[in-house]
Design a protein around this ligand. Sequence first.
Ligand code: MRU
Length: 367
Amino acid sequence: MNVKIRNKTRHYRTVSFDAAANAVVLIEQRLLPHRFELVRTRDFRETTAAIRDMVVRGAGAIGAAAAYGLAQGARAFRGAGLAAFERHVEKVFKTLKEARPTAVDPLNALIEVRRKMAAGQTIAERQAIALAAAEHFADEDVAHCEAIGRHGAKLIRTGTRVLTHCNAGWLAFVDVGTATAPMYAAQAAGRKFHVFCDETRPRCQGASLTAWELAQQGIAHEVIADNAAGFLMSRGEVDLVIVGSDRTLGRTGEVANKIGTYTKAVLANRHDIPFYVAIPFSTIDWDMKSGHSIPIEERHADETLGAWGVTRLGRREYVRVANPTSGARNPGFDVTPPELITGIITPAGIFKPRELWRNRARLGGPR
Ligand code: MRU
């Protein structure tokens, strides 16, 4: 992504790796849009904490962070013998896997890196393979997002009013993004359109991250309160919805995504507005048989009971909004059934949700 700060433009990846320092390099997303900072995690435990505490967030980005975290952990091994090395790798794998439960990209990334490592005959070979495999995951994430842009661009014409939820943009992936990829491709083709960013309570990824990305990219947009989408749809002011996903079931076409996605899908269906989900292959779970089995992350009640923002003096602060004696529920994700989804935009083309399984060979799935 090209980021412009104080009139200087530079290209950044959301997640990268400094091999000399054995450090994962991340954009500190909790500070955006108010401050742009890079942070380095020095070991796999710090990488796990960065995923858990949402320094880095978004399915593809935490997938890449987990892949690099596994390579980082493997490269830090100082013991002797392949058996001890494998026990260490297993511990690193398990720690990273448990950082956040709903997105399947980290699990798919970790499995892929570990599978490739098995080809190494020595510890040194396996360490080198781990890093190459993590780099491959990150590069493929970018390539997949670009392909999603090519397939999805035709959905956006000049004048289209697009609604998106949460952040499935650059910041949620290594670069480019999924829900935003068709927007960036349409922009590159010279089309002028408008994007409504759902604010996405409770963490406001739409208001803070998607709006920042679109502003950086020069795309016309407005932030709307989550509750405003139905009204705008009822007045004919939304033509298209595109969202991302944290886990899409290849067998059923059910889509887990940021809390509030299901509500938007119901509303879009009610108003006959096409509802698309954009995903790379790493977001597909080919094993799970029902959306009811998807582990839905329940986050801290404080997120629902208050909000983070920046004061006039530039200090980042949490303010309590809710009644001081009330508690809260805070499910981070919901599941949208296939009948509410017009199409799934993938790197291999656009499919109906129930067509994923039949096309699994083209979508990186099992034989
Ligand atoms: O909790 P987050 O910010 O990691 O969740 C990310 C999302 O749910 C986004 O909506 C996105 O669509 C999926 S990640 C590409």
